[in-house]
Ligand binder design. Structure first.
Ligand code: OXD
Length: 310
């Protein structure tokens, strides 16, 4: 049986294909050829797949995503309900997201950015000690990733709340759910951390209306998708002073264009979509196991629910 490999994860697909081939020796791996014809593949392993994938490969039964977010797959034309989509579960990403969020938060709450500037001026001066109550954290999304972020920061004794679509319980974290509790969640939050999947409901959720409801001196940390953020609203509210800083890892256009205002804005920190890499060994092991189970007719975890969008 052939399996299509179509990933923009890497310039060297062999670093993925070779170990996958080793783990699934009974499959013939065929790499996507931009100018090629259909190979009548029933299975595909993808990351950010080519636009034409579903229009060309009409026999696909299952697609295994080499990442957690499946928004790119769901946007591809020609995708039918016959195709089961499986997303990567935590492949080392949750702990990396927790690290990223911790780094972004501590820079503000422990004055590390300010100390870095003081060093430039050879200025030995202790800034006021931390008041943890002044840094209520709110995490959007309480799945595997968001839950880990929330519990990590709660472990540092920050007041942490999390908001999710449906009600969740999480030790040490105050939980809020659904549209009706969104305003209450925002009103107690100063540091807003986004880990949501991109769906039609969450598109543009980081907008002026949301930001206005946060506590003053707000910090925004976006590890979801660029399309969650209304960029002009963020820039305006940074300039107005309601938002103190934004740490952004994801952008509507990646790579971020050289002339984009985020690069030079003093209140914005840009990182190149690196907050949570799917670690190769774990990803390969997890994906190979999903493919094996699917072929064997066994239950496969990580099935995307189309109506939810993740
Ligand atoms: C993912 C990502 O969705 O890396 O896994 O963005």
């Amino acid at each position: 049986m052939q399996i299509l490999f179509a990933s923009s994860h890497t310039h060297d697909p062999d670093v993925w294909i070779n170990p996958l081939r080793k783990a699934l020796p009974y499959l013939e791996f065929v790499q996507w050829d931009e100018n090629g014809d259909s190979i009548n593949a029933e299975l595909a392993i993808v990351w950010n797949p080519p636009t034409q994938i579903f229009e060309r490969e009409k026999n696909l039964r299952a697609v295994f995503n080499l990442g957690a977010g499946v928004d790119a797959i769901l946007q591809r034309p020609g995708l039918t309900d016959n195709v089961a989509i499986y997303r990567l579960e935590d492949a080392g990403m949750a702990v990396q997201m927790a690290e990223y969020a911790t780094w972004a938060l501590l820079r503000a709450s422990r004055n590390f950015d300010a100390y870095q500037q003081q060093q430039q001026q050879k200025n030995w001066e202790r800034l006021p000690d931390i008041q943890r109550d002044a840094w209520p954290v709110g995490v959007l999304g309480l799945g595997v990733m968001g839950g880990r972020v929330a519990q990590t920061l709660a472990g540092f004794d920050y007041p942490v709340a999390g908001w999710s679509r449906s009600a969740k319980q999480l030790d040490g974290v105050e939980t809020w759910a659904g549209d009706e509790q969104f305003a209450g969640f925002l009103a107690r939050t100063r540091v807003l951390i986004n880990t949501l999947p991109l769906t039609s409901e969450t598109h543009s959720i980081l907008c002026r209306k949301t930001f206005e409801q946060l506590l003053p001196g707000a910090c925004i940390i976006n590890m979801g998708r660029g399309e969650h953020l209304v960029e002009q609203d963020l820039l305006a509210m940074l300039d107005e002073g309601h938002i103190q800083q934004a740490t952004l890892d994801v952008f509507a256009q990646e790579p971020l264009p050289a002339d984009h205002p985020f690069w030079a804005h003093p209140g914005v920190t840009v990182t190149p979509h690196m907050s949570a890499a799917s670690l190769r060994d774990v990803t390969i092991r997890q994906t190979a196991e999903k493919v094996r189970a699917f072929i064997a007719g066994e239950p496969v975890s990580g099935l995307v629910e189309r109506n939810r969008g993740y």
